[in-house]
Design a protein around this ligand. Structure first.
Ligand code: XBP
Ligand code: MG
Length: 222
């Protein structure tokens, strides 16, 4: 049976605004004097991984030791999980229906994301519940190189025990698309609020708005 491999941030849900607010709360807690507004954050999203994003931003401002960045990122994750646990997120339109149809048809479900495991668990629990249906979750620091490197998609396929030809990736960003293509996957792009202006050259299809489950199943040969 084929598999659907979902990205998380921007694909399952419009999460980046909550991430941005969580970063700013952590900066305030630790008195680092930074504030990332929406325009700056859109640019900073070119760097995937929250820890890596903090380090990249610190580079032009005197730098930051990795342990300090890790502590700051852990504080940010606590704020983000608190917001998601508080019910501030819902799945993007069409995602629940697509997951339900995939499960009905026996399609394997995987996640391949740059975000942290705590964030994934909280999002799934508060949107799909404990019986969320994902067979595989590949995320965050489980791989040495984050998107646009193919590592996280290769890990997800290894965990699924499936080759690229039997899988289909669903992404929202240029980094995610490049990671999926580098892993040999076909990739459906659903642009999100922070990624609408990305370069999606190489996407197999670009869908503005909810995905049609029948169209996705057809791409899986079902
Ligand atoms: C998007 C990312 C993540 C999030 C923040 O991940 O690059 O870094 O912006 O989450 P994806 P963390 O689109 O691959 O789901 O702070 O936990 O990294
Ligand atoms: Mg994404």
């Amino acid at each position: 049976m084929p598999a659907l491999i979902f990205d998380v941030d921007g694909t399952l849900a419009e999460t980046e605004e909550l991430h941005r607010q969580a970063f700013n709360r952590a900066f305030a807690d630790h008195s680092v004097g930074w504030q990332w507004d929406e325009t700056l954050y859109r640019d900073l999203l070119k760097v995937t991984g929250g820890k890596e994003r903090i380090l990249a931003y610190a580079e032009g401002r005197g730098g930051m030791a990795l342990p300090d960045a890790a502590r700051l990122h852990a504080a940010k994750t606590r704020h983000y999980v608190e917001a998601v646990d508080g019910g501030r997120l819902s799945l993007r339109p069409g995602i629940a229906a697509l997951i339900a149809e995939a499960r009905r048809r026996g399609v394997a479900l995987a996640i391949a994301t740059t975000t942290s495991r705590d964030n994934v668990d909280s999002l799934l629990a508060h949107t799909l519940g404990v019986d969320h249906g994902f067979d595989v979750i590949a995320c965050g620091d489980m791989v040495p190189a984050k998107k646009p490197a193919p590592d996280i998609y290769e890990l997800a396929m290894q965990m699924l025990g499936m080759p690229p030809g039997e899988c289909l990736a669903i992404e929202d960003s240029a980094n995610g698309l490049r990671a999926a293509k580098a892993a040999g996957l076909r990739c459906v792009v659903t642009p999100a609020l922070y990624t609408a202006a990305d370069d999606f050259t190489g996407a197999d299809i670009i869908v503005d708005g909810p995905l049609d489950p029948r169209r996705v199943m057809a791409m899986l040969g079902l």
